[in-house]
Design a binder for this molecule. Structure first.
Ligand code: FES
Ligand code: FES
Length: 208
């Protein structure tokens, strides 16, 4: 065996030995960290948080209901409502805060859910397009007006447009045309139905 082989064997042995030491240490401490590294279980199986950790099982107030849901630390609200809560009316277009297709209301303010971490809205009131209708399932006046004014073309942006319009009218029930245009400016429509949506907002604003 050459000197270099002998050195190699020696270093392999020391690496194996140090790995064994680490594994032994983990077993002895009785702690296993989840794959995401955010939840810690002690040897008795009870769950605790490490410094900077995020509790994954959270309660969200969505459309007036308390919903328990397992949320990853980096998960967006758009992902949670669509893929965990089954509220697929919220669309994901750009996924980069540019189009407004993912708009939901957070405490009655129109918000891009694709750019909102779900953990940041715990304890807040979240309203998706499914929560816009009246208590008996009747359409909201904004939805009725959008039908009357032929707003939806392909319809992809429509849920976001409705949410943005409802939020706008909550804060400014009688907007001028310019105010309405500004209020809706965060919602793009690739079909170009802007005038129809704007007319719908003004029509809805005239309703009692
Ligand atoms: S999908 Fe959120 S702004 Fe476009
Ligand atoms: S109606 Fe098609 S994107 Fe707006």
């Amino acid at each position: 065996m050459s000197d270099s082989d002998s050195n190699k064997t020696g270093s392999d042995t020391s690496i194996r030995a140090s790995r064994r030491t680490v594994i032994k240490g983990v077993i002895a401490s009785g702690i296993a960290v989840s794959a995401a590294g955010y939840i810690v279980y002690d040897r008795f199986g009870s769950r605790g948080s490490v410094s900077g950790a995020v509790e994954r099982l959270v309660t969200l107030n969505v459309n007036g209901r308390e919903r328990r849901v397992d949320v990853l630390p980096q998960e967006t609200l758009a992902h949670t409502v669509r893929y965990k809560l089954g509220l697929t009316g919220t669309k994901i277009g750009c996924d980069h805060s540019e189009c407004g297709a993912c708009s939901v209301m957070v405490d009655d303010v129109s918000t891009y859910s694709c750019s909102t971490l779900t953990h940041s809205v715990r304890g807040r009131k979240i309203t998706t397009i499914e929560g816009i209708e009246g208590p008996n399932g009747e359409l909201h006046k904004v939805q009725k007006a959008m039908i009357t004014e032929l707003g939806p073309q392909c319809g992809f942006c429509t849920p976001g447009q409705v949410v943005a319009a409802v939020a706008l009218l909550k804060h400014n029930p009688k907007p001028t045309v310019d105010e309405a245009r500004r209020g809706m400016s965060g919602n793009l429509c690739r079909c170009g139905a802007y005038d129809h949506y704007l007319k719908a907002v003004m029509t809805a604003s005239r309703e009692a």
